[in-house]
Design a protein around this ligand. Structure first.
Ligand code: PFF
Length: 471
């Protein structure tokens, strides 16, 4: 079936480049920084099982839905939704879906850049040999020093945001494509090296058991390490919501990032095959990160529930002890920055594409118009770890950083994903979705349609209702 539209922003040069770009978007801080620490806070194996179920039953069908919507519309998510609403003669309210995505991406970028700034700071710490002979105490002091300095966190946040705006300003081909082609494979290779190290020097058996032995009593148990060093655990439906939210976050779903990348996808490529490749790569990256980190956590008597600082307080111990650790450590944080970079790009691309399409802006001012306010909002996250960490700066019982993270990952992304599933499954005609998926009417298409109509939306709704205590 021929394309019914063309993109004014250009197209990926091949199906493979689309996959690389989507993997670049999916694999990021979510896999290496966030997955290990939320797994640590939510009891390990059982949480991982719930997360994997969410990936398979919700992530895969919704990713296919997002790509197909994007490729059919061939514009920014906002305009794509306009076009498809007209094609399908759907209710005009569906147009808001594009705007919801832009808002969510903007909010995520604001704090994502702050955490990516930590990774940038660690490139230089590793390079300067600061991890040599590190132990649990020295790495925690080193990390604490970064958090205690709003000035340096702000500086790294600024540098990262400028890097992101610079790539997006250059456009789809020259900017986005080049960054992912070399860096993603290198990141995977280094993760494997770290897992091998953990196998040799960490408490691998305990680490792997923590990650893979599901203790289902812990599915409803969420633990945090209090400032006093005491671990506090409570029972709630929240871990289910966190696993669901993370499935969206890690796959970059629910906000139009994968939709906008889909809009640059060559018309003849198979969406189903691309999706399976992207999801497999993303899941592998998260599990490898977990296998690298937890053996080190247990071998050094660290606490799995220690929160956002987890990788910054474990990996330096490994780098400090392994031969060539200075080089490997530096390289690892460089690659982590790149992984974050290729994700951040996809967070602002939907808004930038819209400004180019509708306001006739050039890409440079458009990137600035989105990046600058996101930077300002990020200042709140910088301060959440120091000047605003106290009681008087709590918003709904959370720091600004925690609030924006919770709101975006656990509420806005699943909501966006739910609406995308409903649109693709119920609003778009069979002919339209089947034509775009290029799948015929076989088992593959029917399974997808069944999942996207009945399974994914209901699971999202049930987890939501459970987390707010209604069921
Ligand atoms: N998937 C990215 C990660 O795991 O780090 C984060 C992300 C990128 C979320 C793009 C959402 C998005 F649209």
């Amino acid at each position: 079936m021929p394309d019914i539209r063309g993109s004014i922003h250009g197209q990926w040069s091949s199906r493979f480049v689309f996959i690389l770009a989507a993997v670049g978007s999916a694999v990021g801080l979510g896999n290496i920084w966030k997955f290990p620490y939320i797994t640590g806070e939510n009891g390990g194996g059982a949480f991982v099982v719930v997360y994997l179920i969410c990936i398979a039953l919700i992530g895969v069908p919704i990713m296919m839905a997002e790509i197909l919507i994007g490729r059919r519309g061939r514009q920014s998510p906002i305009n794509t939704m306009h076009a498809l609403v007209a094609d399908e003669k759907a209710h005009p309210a569906w147009r808001w879906l594009g705007w919801l995505g832009v808002l969510t991406g903007f909010l995520i970028l604001s704090y994502y850049s702050v955490i990516a700034g930590w990774a940038l700071a660690y490139v230089f710490r590793a390079g300067a040999g600061l991890f040599a002979g590190a132990n649990a105490e020295s790495v925690s002091t080193l990390f604490g020093a970064l958090l205690d300095s709003p000035e340096s966190m702000l500086a790294w946040h600024t540098i990262f945001m400028v890097m992101t705006m610079a790539v997006v300003a250059r456009g789809v081909r020259s900017g986005l494509e080049r960054a992912v082609t070399i860096l993603m494979p290198a990141l995977f290779a280094l993760l494997v090296v770290l897992v091998l190290y953990a196998l040799y020097a960490g408490d691998f058996a305990r680490g792997a058991a923590f990650l893979f032995n599901p203790d289902f009593d812990k599915v409803f148990q969420h633990c945090e390490l209090l400032e006093s060093g005491v671990k506090s655990c409570r029972f709630s439906g929240e871990p289910l919501l966190i696993a669901l939210g993370h499935a969206f976050f890690t796959l970059s779903l629910g906000m139009g990032a994968i939709m906008v990348y889909g809009s640059y996808m060559p018309g003849n490529a198979s969406i189903a095959r691309a999706t399976l490749t992207i999801v497999a790569a993303d899941t592998a990256a998260a599990l490898l990160a977990g296998l690298a980190i937890f053996p080190i956590v247990f071998a050094n008597g660290l606490e799995p529930a220690s929160g956002p600082g987890l990788i910054f307080q474990t990996l330096p111990i490994a780098f400090g002890a392994m031969p060539g650790g200075q080089v490997f450590g530096t390289l690892f944080f460089v690659l982590l920055v790149f992984a974050a970079w290729t994700s951040a790009i996809s967070l602002i691309e939907p808004a930038v594409a819209w400004l180019v399409e509708n306001r006739g802006m050039a890409r440079v001012p458009a990137a600035l118009a989105v990046g600058a306010p996101a930077w300002v909002l990020g200042v709140g996250s910088v301060l959440s770890f120091n000047l605003w960490s106290g009681e008087s700066f709590q918003f709904f019982g959370k720091t600004w950083f925690d609030l924006v993270d919770y709101l975006t990952a656990n509420i806005l992304l699943p909501l966006g994903g739910l609406l995308i599933a409903l649109f693709a499954g119920w609003v778009m005609s069979r002919a339209a979705s089947r034509g775009e998926l290029r799948m015929g009417d076989g088992v593959g298409y029917r399974t997808w349609r069944f999942l996207v109509r009945y399974v994914s939306p209901w699971l999202v709704v049930i987890v939501f209702l459970n987390a707010i205590g209604l069921i």
